[in-house]
Design a binder for this molecule. Structure first.
Ligand code: FES
Length: 95
């Protein structure tokens, strides 16, 4: 994808990512190089089904936890936080 096609800015764990219109938040998290959540045993997890069933893609979006990132299209200025950051900051992440 060319840089010019990446026109929507959002942040993933505080890092600005630019994506094309129509990109899911799950894809933006992967572009940022982050896992969406961390398992109980500490293993990184990512989107599995891509259709809203498995809940492996849960992230916190603008402070609202447990959002299925594969079902939400990116919009300008949203702030996405994943378990890696939430658990690292003393939060509980998304069980
Ligand atoms: S990837 Fe399965 S619910 Fe999002």
């Amino acid at each position: 994808m060319s840089e010019a096609a990446r026109s929507i800015p959002l942040t993933v764990n505080g890092t600005t990512v630019r994506v094309a219109p129509g990109t899911t938040i799950a894809a933006a998290v992967l572009l940022a190089g982050d896992a969406t959540r961390v398992s109980v045993s500490g293993e990184p997890r990512g989107p599995l089904c891509g259709m809203g069933i498995c809940f492996e893609c849960r992230v916190t979006i603008d402070g609202v936890p447990h959002q299925r990132s594969c079902q939400i299209i990116c919009s300008s200025g949203i702030r996405v936080m994943t378990d890696e950051v939430l658990k690292g900051s003393g939060g509980t992440g998304t069980p």
